[in-house]
Design a protein around this ligand. Sequence first.
Ligand SMILES: [Zn+2]
Ligand SMILES: [Zn+2]
Length: 122
Amino acid sequence: MTPEDKVKAWNSRVGLNQAVVITKDSGLSFITVTGSLAFLNSAGTPTIFIGGVAGYYALERVTTAMEAPSGTCRICGCTQNRACRVLNGPCSWSDTDMTLCSACIGKALPPMPVRCLKDVES
Ligand SMILES: [Zn+2]
Ligand SMILES: [Zn+2]
């Protein structure tokens, strides 16, 4: 797949303000939202702007978040009628699908369960 194809493929399924997971150098994953469509940077690398963190990320470090029911925050479980409190009052939705609230954007996710490669011997 060429870099152009990767950008096209991403943009055909992910729009603006959609929940995504980014992986930092440290290996930690963070939940956030897209801040732009994917594009090729000046070096020809598929890149995307990310909301909730400064700057942009290489597209290969960004994955779409798991599907979650609309109207409930996927992290804290707050809803339209039971918002949680942030500095300036109740939280609001960070993504267009209403699955991530403003109090939870940028939160670190627990590390993925890693399958042990070594068989346990009894
Ligand atoms: Zn939340
Ligand atoms: Zn909330």
